[in-house]
Design a protein around this ligand. Structure first.
Ligand code: NAD
Length: 384
């Protein structure tokens, strides 16, 4: 079939298998060029198929020479429907890893469930004995709890509603949006989905099963961002979940400290991913940020961020006072944020091109789904 992008709002409902393979190939090539450093050799990545999780899996596989097990929740192709990008990314990653003589097994299903945890633990027991590093990069809109109840996360403010500039991704127009406040129940549900409870469940399940190696590490991802995004992110409903995630890192290090476990948060840079595209206001901020960071020669994508985390910051144990890795260090530099703030105040639909890297935003967006690669023949038939 010939596969074309079908964009609906902030999502593309098709994905190109050859383009996704190309995306993975390029990320691997980046790490191969950078080289291998000493690090954990058996790594479990939860949320491994797209964005930061995929970048992490590639960074540890090619930055440490690690064997990896990946967990994700993707859809395979059905009839004329393409699979999701994460499905093709995972296939491609396994293919390249195996060609390079690396162990790579992937599980597709609900990472929140006990069944998934049991399956992964069985595989670790059988194939590895123990796991040395657990990366938690799941970003989900909802979670099915053990009793079958489904809870959803929301991207809303806490306390007072917020009116600010945003970008309408359907029309590339700068608009004004009002983000409503979350109810207490919505905040609690967002914490259930995006907070640390499931991360803790994974670590507990691995430790109880005796497959968590002594002196192992676990890392989950967070975001802080500049003031202009605080009401929607850091201080919003998602930010409450991230606070819970941080508290969980402290709790895990304390509880499993005797066996040498270190639980970390890495605060990553704002980037175009399937999850960040869904947050109000953030896509406009990202496209202003991209422009400034590219001009300053500081721009990074997921793979650059994750290689820098694992091959540099993690190895040197370079954390902030709160014990967090700060991959947002370049994003939050005054030289960057002063310019972003100035552009934020001036931006309108008319001067969009002047202040926004809107082409860069869309290029990253299409590339997430395997489109816009100049060496892929999009007119050719591909197997879905
Ligand atoms: P993403 O949407 O690209 O990836 C989400 C991953 O989670 C995918 O692999 C998906 O398959 C998996 N997943 C979703 N539901 C699942 C389920 N029920 N079971 C198993 N797997 C499931 O998102 P991302 O932006 O890479 O986010 C990853 C983490 O990084 C999140 O914690 C996010 O908050 C954080 N983060 C993102 C940004 C950003 O700008 N994108 C910045 C800083 C931190």
């Amino acid at each position: 079939m010939i596969v074309e992008p079908k964009v609906k709002g902030f999502i593309c409902t098709t994905a190109h298998p050859a383009g996704c393979e190309e995306s993975v190939r390029r990320q691997i090539a980046y790490c191969k060029e950078k080289g291998v450093v000493e690090g954990p050799k058996k790594v479990l990545v939860i949320g491994a198929s797209t964005g930061y999780g995929l970048g992490s899996r590639i960074a540890v596989a090619y930055g440490y020479g690690a064997d990896t097990i990946g967990v994700s929740f993707e859809k395979e192709a059905r009839g004329k429907r393409t699979a999701t990008a994460g499905w093709y990314n995972t296939l491609a990653f396994e293919k390249f890893a195996k060609e390079d003589g690396r162990y790579a097994k992937s599980f597709n299903g609900d990472g929140f469930s006990k069944e998934m945890k049991d399956q992964v633990i069985e595989t670790i027991k059988k194939d590895w004995g123990e796991v040395e590093m657990v990366i938690y990069s799941m970003a989900a809109p909802r979670r099915t709890l053990a009793d079958g109840t489904v809870v959803s996360s929301v991207l809303k403010t806490v306390g007072t509603e917020l009116t600010n500039k945003s970008i309408d991704l359907r029309t590339n127009e700068v608009t004004e949006v009002t983000v409503p406040t979350a109810t207490d129940e919505e905040i609690q549900n967002t914490i259930k989905v995006m907070g640390g409870e499931d991360w803790e469940d994974w670590i507990r399940a691995l430790a109880d099963a005796g497959v968590l190696a002594e002196n192992s590490t676990t890392i989950a991802y967070s975001y802080i961002g500049p003031e202009v995004t605080h009401a929607i992110y850091k201080d919003g409903s998602i930010g409450q979940a991230k606070k819970h995630l941080y508290d969980t890192s402290v709790k895990l290090t304390r509880e499993y400290g005797e066996r040498g476990l270190r639980a970390y948060i890495s605060v990553n840079k704002a980037l175009v991913t399937q999850s960040s595209s869904a947050i109000p206001i953030v896509p406009l901020y990202i496209s202003l940020l991209y422009r400034v960071m590219k001009k300053e020669g500081l721009h990074e994508g997921c793979i650059e961020q994750m290689y820098r985390l694992y091959a540099d910051k993690y190895i040197r144990e370079e954390t902030d006072d709160g014990g967090m890795f700060r991959l947002d260090d370049w994003e939050l530099r005054d030289s960057v944020q002063d310019k972003v703030k100035e552009a934020w105040d001036k931006i309108t639909t008319e001067n969009l091109e002047e202040y926004c890297d809107i082409d860069g935003y869309w290029d990253d967006f299409y590339k997430m789904f395997g489109f816009h690669y100049d060496n892929i023949d999009y007119g050719a038939d591909v197997e879905l």
